[in-house]
Design a protein around this ligand. Sequence first.
Ligand SMILES: *[C@@H]1O[C@H](CO)[C@@H](O)[C@H](O)[C@H]1NC(C)=O
Ligand SMILES: [Ca+2]
Ligand SMILES: [Ca+2]
Length: 383
Amino acid sequence: MDTSAIFPCWAFIIMCLITVDFTSSETIAEELVTVSETDTLASSDSESSSCGCDSLKRDGVVSIDRETSLLSDQAAVKYSKKANDGMEVSQGYNQDLYIPDKMVLIPAGEFLMGTDNPEIPQDGEGPQRRVHLEQFYMDIHEVSNQEFQKFVNATSYVTEAEKFGDSFVFEGLLSEAVKKQISQAVAAAPWWLPVKGADWRHPEGPDSTITDRLDHPVLHVSWSDADAYCTWAGKRLPTEAEWEYACRGGLDNRLFPWGNKLHPKGQHYANLWQGEFPSQNTGEDGYTQTSPVMSFPANGYGLYNMVGNAWEWTSDWWIVHHTSDELHNPKGPETGTDRVKKGGSYMCHKSYCYRYRCAARSQNTPDSSASNLGFRCVSKNER
Ligand SMILES: *[C@@H]1O[C@H](CO)[C@@H](O)[C@H](O)[C@H]1NC(C)=O
Ligand SMILES: [Ca+2]
Ligand SMILES: [Ca+2]
């Protein structure tokens, strides 16, 4: 059986031609990614729509030469927690604001899903179609580390990242000690490294912890982990339509949950990336990594961080061709290989991953996990 596949990417012309044979680890070892720093930085300057986020498949990693890897040690220091200590205060975030397990009613209604002016057409952002939804309740924020910890305490649940023994972490977040041990990367997005021992309790690998960020979104949870959590909580994952309707916060035809301007009155409304991706994150919005789940203003329905902070899994299988027919409570295709995720993350920048829009979307295989991917749940009744 021929299981070779070509990585989807649009800007990395050099890397687009890398074919990985999933059946042979020797072949993978031969597909050395030899991208010079200059090449990579040049391509990040160009208009690009791929953050490589959809390439996070455990069997899709290739060997890399650490000597020629794209990010210098210097860049890693810039991202390090130590270097950014003291930055996470500028939003006036109030610790007391954090409320676990709270949901809000999203009223029944109709809305225009998707867009006829897609920024990233290959993601299937269009066509715009009228969708009717019944009312539902939604978590006001991404599921936090504390909430997930409660679930694991109660059930002894083991996540897929823990079973596989690794998960994807953005290179800029890793310590030197962890980076030294890694010899593989994602061909289409070499700043993603599979890190042994990275999981929800250790977001940047074995030498990291969540004790100082229990009110941040849980990360390194696969679709199956997210589904298990929601089921345990008496909830479920939102459909893509529910998520997008909720994201729009009652506004028609706007880019973001709060309107069309990214920085109304000069304020940051979401945890995104400022600076040059992937080499420099200025943290102008107060955060170079995740932020607490109730930081930044809520949208019209009272939902926090729908765009930015952590990507959020939905229950839909991924397809890019949609009917323009009017739909009632659509649940996506019956089957598929990838699940839809929405909202973008703290790693998204307009030049690179303009996916912090309500109509934007991306996908991962259901067993994928990464340092920028989380979720929230919905339910028919308030919990
Ligand atoms: C989970 O259990 C640990 C160990 O007993 C405890 O310290 C922690 O507070 C518990 N977490 C939650 C959210 O209940
Ligand atoms: Ca940020
Ligand atoms: Ca989010």
